[in-house]
Ligand binder design. Sequence first.
Ligand SMILES: Cc1cc2nc3c(=O)[nH]c(=O)nc-3n(C[C@H](O)[C@H](O)[C@H](O)COP(=O)(O)OP(=O)(O)OC[C@H]3O[C@@H](n4cnc5c(N)ncnc54)[C@H](O)[C@@H]3O)c2cc1C
Length: 183
Amino acid sequence: MSRTAVIGDGPAGLSAALLLAKNDHDTIVFAQDGTLMHKAHLYNYLGVEDLSGSDFQNIARRQVAAVGADLREVEVLEVASADGGFTVRTDDGEETVDNLILAGGKAAGSFAEALGADRADGALTVDADGRTSVDGLYAAGHLVRPQRSQAIISAGDGAAAALDILSREAGKDVHDWDVPPQD
Ligand SMILES: Cc1cc2nc3c(=O)[nH]c(=O)nc-3n(C[C@H](O)[C@H](O)[C@H](O)COP(=O)(O)OP(=O)(O)OC[C@H]3O[C@@H](n4cnc5c(N)ncnc54)[C@H](O)[C@@H]3O)c2cc1C
C-alpha cells in the first residue's frame, strides 16, 4: 500500500486526509492550525447553516483522527524528491512517502517550487484532480487558487486529490459512497 503525506490542516488538507484514511490509506497530516478558518464564520458552506470556522475545524480534525489519519502538530521545514516519492522533513525527523498533497495555503508554495512543479502566470498548474506536473505531487485549496478562496472549494479540491490517489492505487475509479444505516 502506498503512503501519502498531506501538508496543511485547513479544509483542503483535512478533506483529503478524511477520504484517504477512511479508505485505510496510510495518511500523515502535518498541521499547524494556522488556517484562515479561525477568522471565518460559515453561512455559505452547503449543508452548514451557521457555524464558526473554529468549530468547523474542531469537527473536521475529530473526523480525520477518528478514521485513523496520523495528525501531527509540527511544521514541515523541507521537502525533496526521493526514489519515486518524496521526503518530508520536520524538527521531529524525516518521513518518506509515495504521494504528497500540498494543502498548506500560500505558505506551501515554496515546496511546489522546490520540487519543480510547473507554474503558469505565477500560479501553480494543476489538473481537475489536483495533479501537478510532478508525478505523485498534488496541490489543493488556497495555494492553487488564492483568488477563489472559499472553504467549500478547498474541501472539494482536497477530496478530488484523495480520490485520484485511491483510484490510481486501485487501478480503477474509486468512489467513497455510504448509504443510510439499515433498521
Ligand atoms: C476574514 C476571513 C473570513 C473568511 N470567511 C469565509 C467564509 O465565510 N466562507 C468561506 O467559505 N471562506 C471564508 N474564508 C476563506 C477560508 O478561510 C479559506 O478559503 C480556507 O481556509 C482555505 O482553506 P485551505 O485548506 O485551502 O488553506 P488554509 O485554511 O490556509 O490552511 C492551510 C493550513 O496549512 C498549515 N500549514 C501551512 N504551512 C505548513 C507547514 N509548512 N507545515 C504544516 N502545516 C502548514 C497552516 O497552518 C493552515 O492550518 C475567510 C477567510 C478570511 C481571512
